[in-house]
Design a protein around this ligand. Structure first.
Ligand code: ATP
Length: 503
């Protein structure tokens, strides 16, 4: 299938069925903001829950936290975000598109390219020393690169410092330069930032977590939450948005052991992504080249997924050395270190070793994983309908643990006690906290088609026979095979599928 068609079909399914809507749609929508509908919220929660289970519940060495989105501004100064969390930005001089040159199509310098100018006339020109062209119109006529701060800033307090400053100073005869400088200083005094990553809270709270858990190194801290980045380029539906969710874990280890832990975590994280997938070969690890590494990082891998537009990042796994803990120790004055009484100090050879731990950080985007999960599950197959005609069926082959609705409970007809019987079946699931839905809207064929499209693994159909012999039909989404089973066995079959251990 054409990659654009596939994405368009997925975006359309998301809206039509209630996975993802454009935010504020009735007002024309807000670029790059999305709302998750009744199915999207369940899929997102299920992915987050599986991540949390694998990171926290199924291990003895990782502890969860849930930190504030707005933190002390000194956190962002110390972490380096205030000074260097910027993206490069250029403007196309022909179509005025604003974009990140590092994400634009790369073309060798000097190559002659064809593009449409502002008057839609075909033009030829050579690629400049930037080595990229405009992703919108292919023009090589681009502005110089500027740096653009990626953090959203707001102000804490009841008054607007910018308004106050202007009120007090507009007639004081300040030069333009002084006015701007002092205005910025006034705004900065109460400035706070929406976090651009969840990671920093886990460094800042290292001592509290270590002391309250008595955790011994190696151990980790995990968090799932919202992050915000004022992205220059918005692309591919929810792949890159300004407000998104991350699933991050900081794993603290002894200096010198980071290579071992890096290979452990890259393997674990790749396996986690693959275990719910129909196409494990669509995931790969990509090592960062030396020129891509941050100055404090000694190794970094991306888990990439083969999206319809090509391989792209799902998760970054970085070996961050002791950079973050040291920076926060320096800036705050807190004594952030770890003491191991049973280890020999490698320098002195004496018992007792105090050190600043090294960190391995697997950082995944929850909303990005939701998109890869939809792409991975989106399938078209041929089925023969009740009239013997071959039809193309759209089916979301979501793993049952991720599927928003685990089973649909359907009466064949809306009478003869069938709806009541269905309600008894839904109750059996509700009391176990399993989301199933009663559905009596339209023909049985259309209901099957709808539940295939939203990824419901099973349909349980009640008919006249059910009322006499307590048996129902259970239909498997992937094979469309229907089997007649006693009600209890059908319920158990669905529950067992959800309990299965996934390797
Ligand atoms: P990219 O190169 O795509 O901008 P990044 O390397 O800046 O991503 P990290 O800072 O490593 O990303 O963040 C960890 C993860 O958070 C990413 O792998 C991605 O899944 C997710 N993520 C980052 N930025 C966004 C965004 N704007 N929208 C959605 N998810 C994001």
């Amino acid at each position: 299938m054409n990659p654009n068609d596939q994405m368009n079909e997925i975006v359309s399914l998301c809206k039509r069925r209630g996975f993802v809507f454009q935010s504020s749609e009735i007002y024309g929508g807000l670029k790059s903001s999305y709302d998750y509908g009744h199915l999207g919220v369940e899929l997102k929660r299920n992915i987050a829950q599986e991540w949390w289970k694998s990171m926290v519940y199924e291990r003895d060495d990782i502890y969860g936290i849930d930190a504030s989105i707005i933190m002390h501004p000194k956190v962002w100064k110390a972490s380096g975000h205030l000074d260097s969390f910027t993206d490069p930005l250029v403007d196309c001089l022909d179509c005025k598109e604003r974009f990140r040159p590092d994400k634009a199509p790369k073309i060798p310098v000097g190559t002659e390219v064809e593009f449409l100018d502002a008057k839609k006339k075909k033009q030829l020109a050579n690629v400049s020393s930037l080595g990229v062209v405009c992703p919108n119109c292919n023009s090589p006529h681009l502005s110089d690169v500027r740096q653009f701060r990626g953090m959203f800033q707001t102000n804490l307090g009841p008054t607007d410092p910018i308004h106050d400053f202007i009120e007090k100073n507009y007639d004081k005869g300040l030069s333009k330069t002084d006015f701007i400088k002092q205005l910025n200083q006034a705004a900065d005094r109460s400035a706070v930032y929406l976090r651009p990553e969840t990671a920093q809270a886990m460094f800042v709270q290292f001592l509290n977590i270590q002391q309250t858990t008595s955790a011994k190194i190696p151990f980790g801290i995990a968090q799932i939450g919202k992050s915000f980045r004022n992205e220059v380029t918005i692309e591919h539906f929810i792949f890159r948005s300004c407000e998104f969710e991350q699933m991050e874990m900081e794993f603290f280890c002894e200096p010198g052991t980071q290579k071992e832990w890096m290979s452990y975590w890259t393997e674990q994280r790749l396996k986690w992504h693959q275990k719910f997938s129909n196409h494990p070969e669509h995931f790969r690890l990509r090592a960062h080249d030396a020129d891509e590494l941050a100055h404090y990082s000694d190794q970094c891998f991306d888990v990439e997924y083969k999206f319809p537009w090509g391989w792209d990042e799902l998760e970054g796994i970085a070996s961050r050395t002791d950079y973050d803990l040291k920076k926060h120790a320096e800036a705050s004055g807190a004594k952030i270190s770890y003491f191991d009484p049973n280890k020999k100090n490698p320098q002195s050879g004496k018992n007792g070793y105090r050190y600043v731990p090294y960190v391995i950080e697997p950082a995944a985007g929850l909303t990005r994983v939701l998109l890869s999960t939809l792409v991975d599950a989106y399938t078209k197959d041929k089925q023969v309908d009740a009239k013997g005609q071959e039809k193309t069926r759209v089916v979301l082959k979501l793993h049952p643990k991720l599927a928003p609705i685990k089973a649909a409970v359907l009466p064949l007809v809306k009478k003869d006690g069938q709806p009541e019987k269905c309600q008894m079946i839904t109750e059996a699931f509700k009391k176990e906290g399993i989301l199933v839905r009663y559905d009596d809207v339209s023909s049985i064929g259309k209901r099957y088609a709808k539940h295939d499209e939203i990824g419901t693994p099973y349909c349980l159909t009640v008919d006249n026979e059910t009322l006499s012999d307590e048996s129902i039909t259970i239909r498997d989404r992937d094979t469309t095979k229907q089997t007649r089973l006693p009600i209890n066995e059908a319920i158990e079959l669905v529950k067992n599928r959800l309990q299965e251990k996934v390797q």
